[in-house]
Design a protein around this ligand. Structure first.
Ligand code: 0A1
Ligand code: ZN
Length: 880
């Protein structure tokens, strides 16, 4: 814990003075006093080593013994503090250092380093957790070969796992203890180290790689949950095959192990050969997991597996390069899921996430470039910008180069940098070298924060048969970056003609256009398309070809035409969203001025047509039916936000749409009824999504028939998707029936923590004045545990990030609650505390009354003593 930190800067990067070639770790596990003996084979690496001083980092470490080349070191030669070990006069030739430390896994509430989850031992070392196990050169550009010996009481921990391949195991003679030795031949940074020990259930399988090697696959979980691991195992095998076919990447060890634990700060971790997962991203069965959970399991299993090449075989030189592994790996998992499911629907879902999570970050006080240049606390940079915008940047690269050249660049990257710690420059150089393209302007995407805006204007000249399109780009100022340069923005486009097909053009002037991509590189450009037979509707940014905001003046009729006819499914969805967003913004203004909210016949017509269009897949229709959220509207309004007015306007619009769609809603809902047993596949999931979107709209009417249908679905469902959807509709409409259903759900799943998380979130997101008191009461209920990040995120994160009217209560009580909770949690789990605090990131956009109260709560946090560096960093930047 600290109150003052010196920032790390990219420009200060220096190679390590020493490097470590081999590490031998010996763990004697015991809950409160685990002994670790680390034997490091070191060697001087740069001129700086010449001064003979070796500095290793630690974090809350107690040193028990120290030897150099096997000889105990005199106390005068070194200084050991909890956070550092400095040794003077080390040899200027290779030497070994043997460090004995003692750590207390049971007291490790930060869940970084070696800690306990239930009765198991597990580790989390990214980004800087290894230093909580032993003193080390804990930085990603020090790559070593690890051998790990683990010893524990056999009854306490029959399963002993570490990275790499198993080498040896057996009993420790004359004791109740046993041991296992693992060896990982692939050099890796310390953040990829992992160890797991405990009494765990096992699901086994195998995979034969493209070159015919058999790999042993294992998933470990809590006893009794093995049946819930089957889907994850299938997803793993599909991921392994996909990486071979899509990227030519084969798995490289004899064994691949996944462990599901219930106490985990993040989603999952790609430790070499031993991925450790938050159990919510492994466990799935029809009664406890929704279709969205299944899709998340598939995506996260794939993501961690794909890291084996993008992250592990090629790692990051320093933490500024985090997007090198994360943005690229998110891109890869998105592509995988697109191939497994519906590509357009996956794209819409990913863009929804980007717009809901990354756009507000990029537009607020926590904005930072995809590759930051300064940080105080690296844990706070596992952000939507690094991950999701990072993936968009890779996707733009593919759009600019085309699939074949993109693959050439990737092949070169794997070939050139395998076994290395690389940078963003190294990555881009591979694409430039493989294709001869100049990517220097494109590189700005990594350096400039903020969401660029494109303002587009089109003009058709019927006599000359020309269509002129003017595109102007600008990127708003962000912290530390007052002015921006124009970027290389790929704008995928089509000119929609009167029959719905894209119009041809004979020539084009004014900007680089390749196929259906405009390369916008200047601040403003006018593109003239010649030989255009009739007035087109420009369809811009197809498939969301760049992470930008697009402003284009289009009539409601043209948007409706786009909903009906655009050849690009993404833009069909986008046009419907735009119509709905316009209605919501106008409705909010009406609410604030006391005018009646205007009817929206064009939007209703568009939705009705999409609903009836059997050629469109159900999952797509469900996406169109889901109008923008309250948070989406708040972001679009951008200033003086009154969340109550937005909520009211949205409720009224949904009611108006439900009325306009009329009795056909119920008919369509019934027609989509259950026909066969539950399967999580994409087609069935799509049908359920559509049916539940219809139900949600029906519930908005508050009519008895709708509520009866929902209650019936809640009780009769044979799967969690349908049961939870029914409950969520009743609960989020704050209908009086919700208490009975929420209680029934709790009763049914009272012993299943992951399912109770869903219930906690529903309780926390009820848009009603009594919710805050309910949340406070639930904090002390038996189902809640302050020590478990999933519980905390479900209840407190649900309230602060997903209940806009109640978190932003006009009296400030929601803000005060979050401030109190974060201050308390910060003393035990700073990472999770700091993440909760991000809910304040858009506080300056609120109307003045709420803004003042939010600021007061933030200042109270900032003034608290002994804040963690995590929370101090977020609160300082949020207030800056
Ligand atoms: N590399 C992981 C994310 C991750 C980062 C930090 C962690 O520390 C608590 C854990 C996981 C991924 O991208 O999946
Ligand atoms: Zn990742």
């Amino acid at each position: 814990m600290t109150t003052e930190t010196v920032p790390f800067r990219l420009e200060d990067y220096r190679p390590p003075a020493f490097t470590i070639d081999r590490v031998h770790l010996d763990f004697a596990l015991s809950p409160s006093a685990t002994r670790v003996v680390a034997t490091l084979s070191l060697r001087p690496n740069t001129e700086e080593a010449q001064n003979g001083t070796l500095e290793l980092v630690g974090d809350e470490i107690v040193l028990k013994g120290l030897m150099l080349n096997g000889i105990p070191l005199d106390a005068g030669r070194y200084e050991a503090l909890p956070a550092s070990l400095v040794i003077r006069d080390v040899p200027l030739a290779p030497f070994t250092l043997t460090i004995e430390t003692e750590i207390d896994p049971a007291a490790n509430t930060k869940l970084m380093g070696l800690y306990r989850s239930g009765s198991a031992y597990c580790t989390q070392c990214e980004a800087e957790g290894f230093r909580r196990i032993t003193y080390f050169l804990d930085r990603p550009d020090v790559l070593a070969v690890y051998t790990t010996r683990i010893e524990a009481r056999r009854s306490e921990a029959p399963v002993l796992l570490a990275n790499g391949n198993p080498v040896e195991s057996g009993d420790v003679a004359g004791t109740d203890r046993h041991y296992a030795i693992w060896h990982d031949p692939f050099p890796k940074p310390s953040y990829l180290f992992a160890l797991v020990a405990g009494d765990l259930g096992l699901v086994s399988d195998s995979f034969t790689t493209m070159s015919g090697r058999r790999v042993d696959l294992r998933i470990y979980c809590e006893h009794g949950k093995e049946g819930r691991c089957r889907y994850a195992m299938e997803a793993l095998k599909r991921s392994m095959r996909w990486d071979e076919t899509a990227f030519g990447r084969e798995y490289d060890l004899d064994i691949f192990v996944i462990v599901a634990v219930s106490d985990f700060n993040m989603g999952a971790m790609e430790n070499k050969g031993l991925n450790i997962f938050n159990d919510k991203y492994v466990l799935a069965d029809p009664d406890t997991a929704t279709d969205v959970d299944y899709a998340n399991v598939e995506g996260v299993i794939a993501h961690e597996y794909f890291h084996n090449w993008t992250g592990n075989r090629i790692t990051c030189r320093d933490w500024f390069q985090l997007c090198l592994k994360e943005g690229l790996t998110v891109f890869r998992d998105q592509e995988f899921s697109s191939d497994m499911r519906s590509r357009p629907v996956k794209r819409i879902a990913d863009v929804r996430t980007l717009q809901a999570r990354q756009f507000p970050e990029d537009g607020g006080p926590l904005a930072h470039p995809v590759r930051p240049e300064i940080y105080h606390e690296i844990s706070n940079f596992y952000t939507p910008t690094v991950y999701e915008k990072g993936a968009e940047v890779v996707r733009m690269l593919e759009t600019i180069l085309g699939a074949d050249d993109f693959r050439k660049g990737m092949d070169l990257y794997f070939e050139r940098h395998d076994g290395e710690a690389a940078t963003v420059e190294d990555f881009l150089a591979c694409f430039a070298d493989a294709t001869g393209r100049d990517l220097s302007q494109f590189a700005l995407w990594y350096a400039q924060a903020g969401t660029p805006q494109i303002v587009a204007r089109g003009h058709y000249d019927g006599d000359a048969k020309t269509f002129s399109l003017t595109l102007a780009q600008s990127t708003p100022p962000t912290p530390g970056q007052p002015t921006k340069q124009p970027m290389h923005i790929p704008v995928r486009f089509g000119l929609i003609g009167p029959n719905g097909e894209d119009l041809a053009f004979s020539s084009v002037e004014g900007a680089a256009v390749e196929g259906d991509v405009i390369h916008l590189t200047e601040t403003a450009e006018t593109i003239v398309f010649r030989g255009v037979a009739s007035r087109p509707i420009p369809s811009l940014l197809r498939n969301f070809s760049a992470p930008v905001r697009l402003a284009i003046d289009m009539s409601a009729d043209d948007l409706l035409f786009q909903v009906r006819a655009d050849a690009d499914p993404f833009n069909r969805w986008q046009a419907a969203q735009t119509l709905a967003m316009r209605a919501l913004i106008a409705g909010t203004a009406d609410v604030l001025t006391g005018r009646p909210v205007a009817a929206q016949p064009t939007l209703a017509t568009g939705l009705a047509e999409v609903l009836d269009n059997e050629e469109l897949e159900p999952a797509f229709r469900a996406q169109v039916l889901q109008i923008p959220s309250e948070a989406d509207v708040a972001r679009e309004i951008g200033q003086n936000v009154d969340p109550d007015a937005i909520a009211l306007s949205r409720r009224q619009l949904r009611l108006a749409l439900a009325r306009a769609l009329g009795p056909s809603l119920m008919r369509r809902y019934q027609a989509l009824g259950v026909k066969a047993a539950y399967s999580p596949d994409a087609a069935d999931a799509g049908r359920r999504a559509l049916r539940n979107a219809l139900l949600d709209l029906l519930v908005a009417t508050g009519e008895d028939e709708a509520i009866a249908a929902t209650t019936r679905q809640f009780h009769d469902a044979d799967n969690m998707t349908d049961r939870l959807a029914a409950l969520a509709s009743v609960s989020s409409a704050a209908l009086p029936q919700r208490r009975e259903l929420l209680d029934a759900f709790h009763e049914r799943y009272r012993n299943d923590p992951l399912v109770l998380d869903k219930w906690l979130t529903l309780e926390a997101t009820v848009p009603a004045a009594e919710t805050l008191d309910r949340v406070k009461a639930l904090l002390s209920q038996p189902g809640f545990a302050h020590s478990n990040p999933n519980r905390v995120r479900a209840l407190v994160g649900g309230f602060s990030a997903a209940n806009p009217t109640q978190f932003n209560r006009a009296d400030g009580a929601g803000f005060d609650f979050l401030a109190d909770f974060v201050l308390d949690l910060d003393r035990r789990n700073p990472q999770t505390a700091a993440r909760l605090l991000v809910a304040f990131r858009s506080w300056r956009a609120l109307e003045p009354g709420r803004r003042t109260r939010a600021e007061h709560a933030l200042r109270r946090i900032a003034a608290a003593e002994r804040l963690s560096s995590d929370t101090l960093d977020i609160v300082t930047r949020t207030l800056a």
